[in-house]
Write a protein that binds this ligand. Structure first.
Ligand SMILES: [Mn+2]
Length: 306
């Protein structure tokens, strides 16, 4: 339900027999049902299923009519990763999800290529009866989603990547994730090198840079060298680095980029950037933005990590 206000309608300067007639209807509050389809982009969930349900209640989500976009990191650290996965998977084509670093970590652990870290809460998925369906569904998710003026990616883009170029690079990774070289990619995925892009990169080095940028990037140098360790506030960024979205003449600046991943940044609602990780996992809030009118919806979250 949305509250609309009838705008003032004024018929003025209407001469009749030397008099003026005014008809003024102004600001009558009326409540109408929202009939139009809406698209909501939602921040990092990390297994926080109850806050997601609360948020969908708050926005009046109607699965028959509305669409949900998820910035990735559906799973891990929070208490209900498997419920989140089953719910989002169950939405079918009414949901669009891009992969985050925690989602890829789940795939790595499932393949025996990474160990569970302290604080990981992925065991329930790994032991679930529908584990294989859930993991196969995750392997089919996108690295980046482009729709009109919007581009959604979990972490960020390098300054030298336009949106069409980044989309093509994302497709290179998606093809391998879904194909026969998947296990081999898992064996070569983790690592911080190379720490810069070069069009001449090939093989797993090339795929690793694309994956690292799209799922882990927060800060880089003006010429695109990636720094992986800083997770904190913008004020504390080491000398010589800037947030990826603040690099001058970034080639993706013409798109409205929707991302998550950087909870210390908090919600950023700028003309061409919607950073939606408002720290649900950390006891702050879960955020959604309705793309049609840029309205922000938030629910408070319980703290699950520190
Ligand atoms: Mn992340």
């Amino acid at each position: 339900m949305l509250r609309f206000f009838l705008l003032s309608i004024r018929l003025s300067q209407y001469p009749r027999q030397g008099a003026q007639a005014f008809v003024t209807i102004h600001e009558l509050p009326v409540t109408v049902h929202r009939l139009q389809m809406a698209t909501y982009a939602i921040g990092d969930l990390q297994g926080c299923y109850d806050p997601l349900r609360e948020l969908l209640e708050e926005i009046g989500f109607n699965a028959a009519r509305d669409r949900l976009w998820f910035v990735g990191d559906l799973v891990n650290r929070g208490p209900q990763s498997e419920q989140v996965l089953r719910f989002v998977k169950g939405l079918g084509n009414r949901a669009v999800t891009v992969l985050g670093n925690h989602d890829l970590h789940l795939l790595m652990v499932a393949e025996g290529r990474a160990k569970l870290h302290k604080g990981d809460t992925l065991a329930a998925i790994l032991e679930a009866p529908d584990r294989e369906e859930l993991l196969a569904w995750m392997r089919g998710l996108q690295m980046m989603h482009v729709d009109g003026e919007y581009a959604m990616v979990h972490a960020g883009l390098l300054p030298s990547w336009s949106v069409p170029k980044a989309r093509d690079l994302g497709h290179e990774v998606e093809e391998v994730l879904r194909g026969p070289a998947y296990r081999s990619l898992m064996a070569h995925m983790y690592g911080n090198q190379p720490d810069r892009w070069d069009d001449a990169l090939a093989g797993y080095d090339r795929l690793r840079v694309i994956i690292n940028v799209m799922t882990r990037l927060r800060i880089c140098t003006a010429d695109g060298r990636i720094e992986f360790s800083h997770k904190g506030r913008v004020e504390d960024i080491p000398d010589g680095y800037v947030p990826w979205f603040a690099v001058p003449k970034r080639k993706s600046a013409d798109a409205i980029i929707i991302c998550g991943h950087w909870s210390a940044l908090g919600l950023l609602d700028e003309k061409n950037l919607l950073a939606l990780d408002s720290g649900c996992l950390w006891g702050r809030s879960l955020s959604a933005v309705r793309l049609e009118d840029r309205r922000i919806f938030q629910v408070r979250c319980r703290k699950f990590a520190d």
